[in-house]
Design a protein around this ligand. Structure first.
Ligand code: SAH
Length: 365
């Protein structure tokens, strides 16, 4: 057992089994052993690769998206460009470069990053040193939000802790992390059913309650509805709600047991976009999408951007560009273009936002 597993086992012996959200929060955010607290997990030698690390075109198109949102907002003299969970800072770097195409926007914006990991903050500082922006860091979303805001979050919601419940003949019982006979971490169920969950489902069904992700979307939606702007959430998950266990652990680009290496493997969940959109609407914002990442990026002009870059590239660079861009929009149930969805929450008087004009109902087959 690694150091965090030993510490969790001790905690469970003292306080009893942990809810899945507490387990996730400790695995990712434990001050010493938490996954994001101690390392930079991205890239080919890391545990996983994200869209901005695959191709610069991703961040550039989102930078242009932000610029058109600013125009639709009536070009306010000052706007906060806020990123939630900025990783290595690559997406922000590419966005700012593209935003330079619209000098008024570049002058109006200030850069705010919401990041809990000290290791990644340093990484972001290094990446953004080359840009002319002066980033401001915050621990919590609320601290970053002030005045008109454009909020971007790629693969942020999937890292926020959720709770799980399993349908039994007696009702919904919470799934907990406890200890087996040999003192190792093991899943079990709460003794008492949770009376607050009323919906019916076949026995064995698993229900996930993503309280932290719903709260994040609600905070952003409430703010942009009142102060102006929009929030863009990109992540993997279904457009339509369903039952099922989506908790997964990834290490060196392969799935591992979610209890085996706490703090040493990335732990994420799929994002239920239908419920996120409902949270945005309930907070008083308009919801755009969710659409697939493929539809979103193609509608923003991925093909044209790719061709423009190719004109000044060597044949080898063209090949790399084509590979990256192809991966962003690849179709198939586990491929990025289809598994990843894009949802915007926005002040209600904005027109249909760019990227959502190809919007199709998600279950069209
Ligand atoms: N957006 C980046 C990185 C995604 S990984 C990319 O696309 O490459 C998740 C990011 O969210 C990391 O930067 C991680 O440190 C940060 N993070 C995770 N939980 C967080 C929380 N509760 N508050 C703020 N940042 C968090």
């Amino acid at each position: 057992m690694n150091p965090l597993a030993q510490e969790l086992a001790e905690l469970i012996r003292q306080e009893g089994p942990l809810g899945v959200s507490r387990y996730m929060a400790l695995c990712l955010g434990h001050p010493r052993h938490g996954y994001y607290m101690k390392q930079d997990p991205f890239g080919a030698d890391g545990d996983f690769t994200t869209a901005p690390e695959i191709s610069q075109v991703f961040g550039e198109l989102i930078g242009l998206w932000a610029a058109s949102v600013w125009q639709a907002m009536g070009m306010p003299a000052s706007v906060r460009l806020i990123e939630l969970g900025p990783g290595r800072g690559t997406l922000m770097q590419d966005m700012l470069r593209a935003a330079g195409a619209l000098p008024g926007f570049r002058d109006a914006l200030s850069v705010h990053l919401v990041e809990t990991s000290p290791v990644l903050r340093e990484r972001q500082r290094g990446t953004l040193a080359a840009s002319d922006a002066t980033p401001h860091w915050h621990d919590r979303i609320e601290q970053a939000l002030e005045g008109p805001a454009i909020v971007i979050a790629n693969e942020f919601l999937d890292a926020l802790p959720l709770d799980q419940f399993v349908r039994t003949p007696e009702g919904w019982r919470e799934r907990l992390v406890g200890l087996d006979g040999e003192g190792r971490l093991a899943f079990g169920l709460s003794g008492e059913p949770d009376a607050s969950l009323a919906m019916t489902a076949p026995a064995g069904s698993l229900f996930e309650h993503p309280a932290a992700a719903l709260e994040a979307v609600t905070i952003v939606a409430r703010h942009v509805a009142a102060e102006g702007g929009a929030g863009l959430f990109i992540d993997y998950g279904p457009a339509r709600s369903g039952f099922g266990d989506t908790l997964q652990a990834l290490k060196r680009h392969a799935f591992v047991d979610v209890l085996a290496e706490p703090g040493d493997a990335d732990l994420t969940v799929h994002v239920d976009f239908a419920r996120m959109a409902q949270a945005g609407l309930a907070a008083g914002a308009a919801a755009h999408g969710a659409v697939s990442q493929r539809d979103f990026l193609l509608a923003l002009g991925l093909q044209q951007r790719f061709e423009a870059l190719c004109r000044r590239a060597t044949p080898a660079q063209v090949e790399t560009l084509a590979g990256g861009v192809g991966r962003l929009i690849e179709t198939g149930p586990t491929a990025m273009g289809e598994l990843f969805k894009v949802l915007a929450v926005a002040e209600r008087n904005l027109p249909l936002l760019p990227g959502f004009d190809l919007h199709r109902l998600p279950e069209q087959g």
